[in-house]
Each structure stands twice: as C-alpha cells, then as structure tokens.
Design a protein around this ligand. Structure first.
Ligand code: HEM
Length: 444
C-alpha cells in the first residue's frame, strides 16, 4: 500500500508541513507527486504553493509577467543601475534581445562538433582513470569545463576557478531560496561565496575580452581577406569553403551590432558569465544521476551498455533522456506571483493565489502526468521530447539545451562503454544540492 502523504501533511503542525513536503520531494517524489496530481493538484503550503498537473505548469510557465523570475533578481546582479543577467528579466526587451542574440551565437549547426569534442574529452578522462575514478571531481564536472574552455572560449584560467564560480552561482541562485529552509548563517555563507565568485569572474571576463579582442583583430586583418579569396576559388572548383575554428567569445567580438540594437561590450560580458554558470553543475548532476540510475538497475544497465556500444547514439540518447525523467536535476522550477492569480479556473481544482506567493512548478510531476505520456511510470525511451522539462519550458527555457542534449548523453555513453563497470561507493551529496563524490571501477 502506498503512503498517504496528504493525511500525514494534514495532521502535521503548520511549522512541520513544508519541511515534510521538502523531504518527500527529495526522497520519494514520484509517489508523492502521483497523490498530489490525483487528490490535491494545487497544494497551498504555509511556505509556497505547489502545482503538480502538466496543464497548470505549462500554462503558468507561459505567463512570465505573472509567474515571474523575481527570485533570481538579487542573485543575478539586478540593481537600480545595472540590469544584471538577462535570465532575471521577464518578457521585456532586454530578455528577448539578449536571448535571441545568444541563441544565434550558439549556432545549432555546431552540435556534431560539440559531440565530438565532448566524446574526446570524456575518453581522455576515463583513460587517465585507468580502471577507477571518483567521477564527480574527475569526470562529470571536468568534461563540461573542456567545452567551456574550447567551445565557449573561456580560456587562460585554472579549471578550479571555473568550477568554483559555477558552483557558488548555481548554489546561491537555485538552492538558496526561502523554500530551501537554510539556517540564516548557512544562507549568508552561500550568498557571500557567490559575491566573491562574481567579483573574481567579472575581473577575469574583462581581461579575457581585452586579450581576445586583440587576437581576433590581428587574425582578421592577416587571414580574412586572403581566406575569402581562397574560398571563392574552392567554391568555383566545387569544394566546400574552409572555415576557421573559433569559439563563442571570438564570435561575439567579431560581430558588430548597430547602436540601436543595444548590445554593447558590457552586455556581452554579462552573457559570457552565463555560459559558464549554466553549464558545469547542471551537466555534472545530470550525468552523475543518470549513471547511478543505470548502475542501480541491472536490466536497464544491460540495455544501456548494449545501446552505448552502437555507433549510432540515437537510442542511447533517448534512454538517457528517459532516465532524466526519473532523476531530473531538480523536481521543480520556481516563480513568484506578481499579481493575484486563479489557477485552473472553472475546474474543481480552481485556486486563487495571492500576489507575492512563491510557486513551485513540479516539472518532474508534469513529466509523469498521463495527460502527456502513456504509462508514465514505465521506462520507455523515445518519448515526446516536447513534453520534457529538464531544460525548462517557454520563454526562459535553456539556451544551452541543444548542447546539453548531446553533451549529457555522450558523457554517460562513454562511461557505459567501460567493461566491468560498477560503483564502489554510494553517491554522496555532502548535505548540499549537488553530487559531490561517486566512486566507479572498471576493467582497464
Ligand atoms: C550546456 C550549457 C548550458 C548553458 C550555456 C545554459 C544556459 C542557460 C541560460 C542562459 C538560461 C536562461 C534562459 C532564459 O532566461 O531565457 C538557462 C535556462 C535553463 N537551463 Fe540551462 N544552460 C546549459 C545547460 C543546462 C543543462 C545541462 C541543464 C539541465 C540538465 C539546464 C537547465 C536549465 C533550466 C531548467 C533552465 C530554465 C530555468 C527557468 O526557467 O527558471 N541547462 N540555461
């Protein structure tokens, strides 16, 4: 018989109610969410309101001015004089402009090159492990930093710094909110770490821009004109043009925007920071949790290893995305209401929520709602990608999703190819939000 979470919730004191919800979301989300969807799809707790049905979540995420990202603002540098990072803005010119520009730079045609880069970096790390590895420090966090350095172009800095900056920015923004219920000293410590990282990161990005501006201009002057002439000749002979290898920072510096586009150098710097922060811990957590998910289920592990051996990654990728429905990097996205709003008007779950309420949209629950998936409790790869929420949804959905969509499965695939693969420790989160250690062994 499954547990009656709502009976326990109703019997608890007001002070105990949200801590119980938090614990169930972390330890037994699927059965808890199933009961919510069935019996109380809009759960109003003393701390925040939870939405668990697919349609309510999709609806709310499509109204960014009502369900806002106000909780990101102070964490993403928004002040009276500084707009901070574009992600902390809702449905306004700055968000729309910078999102569109960044999507252009992250040219989706690069995806095959990204998969190759990631596969090579992953193989190098595993080879260096020679049969055993603590995979968080030495693999799931490190491989994305290779992408950050070689594809995004954040080079000339120690890897440990990239890790530190990404870690504390992610921690303070996404895991240091009122509903995380940290003690005030812990909350302040996390915020101070982020402040330190932001200052270091800003200094580094300024120096990076100066250095790359000089090298990009020199390269342009010396190579572009002769190369253009050579490429005309190649095209005339029916050959593909030669393109210079570049990185995203170089691309940004080479691109001139008319003044009225309003994308000056300082906005470019803000967005470069976002590339790093968005990439490392998210990828690391997704890769680590997927590897553990397969290792803990022998039948699935056998299927995953068989799919990983195929030269065509399509089926393996689909297995990873199906696994991430069960073990997403977060079971929810959070928003704050800018005005009173009535959820699901005209239904028996109609609920009016006051302005200022923090709302947890249980995106993991949405991915198990039979509104969108047949037999959602079963592991069935190749489900409808458009009903997947690991990269968010609607106006704030992840600008790196086409990169993550190959990087994460490719990193898991290289691990699954190791002979005799097994875990020799439990995954340890060390009381924080991210996997910190997980030991693997295999036959070298
Ligand atoms: C690969 C490099 C990545 C980059 C450069 C990146 C960057 C970003 C940026 C800039 C946004 C904000 C978009 C906006 O506000 O319009 C975003 C949103 C998001 N990203 Fe990524 N990201 C990356 C990878 C990932 C990965 C691997 C995951 C999870 C597996 C992820 C999950 C998300 C989610 C859930 C959101 C939506 C947050 C919300 O709606 O509040 N990202 N990402």
């Amino acid at each position: 018989m499954t547990r009656d979470y709502l009976a326990e919730y109703d019997a608890a004191s007001e002070a105990e109610q949200f801590p119980l919800v938090k614990q169930w979301m972390a330890t037994e989300p699927l059965t808890f969410f199933a009961q919510l969807r069935r019996e109380r799809p809009v759960l109003v707790t003393p701390e925040c309101t939870l939405l668990s049905r697919f349609t309510d979540i999709r609806d709310a995420l499509q109204m960014p001015r009502i369900f806002t990202v106000a909780l990101y603002r102070s964490k993403m540098g928004v002040t009276d004089d500084d707009p901070g990072f574009m992600m902390a803005h809702d449905d306004n010119p700055l968000h729309e402009r910078e999102r569109a520009i960044m999507l252009g730079f992250l040219n989706r045609d690069d995806v095959p090159r990204i998969r190759e880069l990631v596969a090579q970096a992953a193989r190098d790390r595993l080879q260096a492990g020679a049969g055993s590895m603590e995979m968080i420090r030495h693999y799931s966090r490190i491989v994305p930093t290779v992408l950050v350095r070689d594809y995004f172009g954040l080079d000339g800095v120690a890897t440990d710094k990239l890790l530190d900056w990404s870690y504390w920015n992610q921690y303070n923004t996404f895991h240091n909110q009122p509903f995380n219920l940290h003690a005030p000293e812990k909350s302040q410590y996390i915020a101070e770490q982020q402040d330190r990282c932001v200052q270091e990161m800003q200094r580094y990005i300024k120096a990076l821009l100066v250095r790359k501006l000089i090298s990009v201009n020199t390269r342009e002057r010396l190579i572009r004109t002769p190369l253009a002439a050579f490429n005309r000749l190649r095209r005339g002979l029916g050959f593909a043009p030669i393109r210079l290898r570049d990185d995203i920072v170089q691309r940004m510096l080479l691109t001139c925007f008319a003044e009225n586009v309003d994308f000056p150098l300082e906005r470019l710097g803000a967005n470069i920071g976002g590339l790093l922060v968005g990439t490392v811990e998210t990828t690391s957590q997704a890769v680590a949790q997927t590897v553990r998910f397969f290792l803990e289920q022998p039948d699935l592990l056998a299927q995953a290893r068989q799919a990983a051996a195929s030269p065509d990654p399509e089926h393996f990728d689909a297995m990873v995305w199906e696994a991430l429905r069960f073990v997403p990097i977060s079971p929810f996205l959070f928003r704050q209401l800018s005005q009173e709003y009535t959820i699901a008007r005209g239904t028996d779950r109609q609920t009016t929520i006051p302005k200022g309420t923090n709302v947890l949209m249980l995106t993991q629950s949405a991915m198990f709602d039979d509104y969108c998936h047949l037999n959602p409790e079963q592991f069935i790869p190749q489900r409808n990608w458009y009903h997947h929420f690991n990269f968010g949804f609607a106006s704030h959905d992840c600008i790196g999703k086409h990169i993550g969509r190959v990087m994460i499965p490719e990193m898991v695939r290289q691990v699954m190819r190791l002979d005799g693969l097994r875990a020799t420790s439990a995954m340890d989160y060390q009381d924080g939000p991210f996997p910190e250690t997980y030991h693997l062994q295999w036959t070298p």
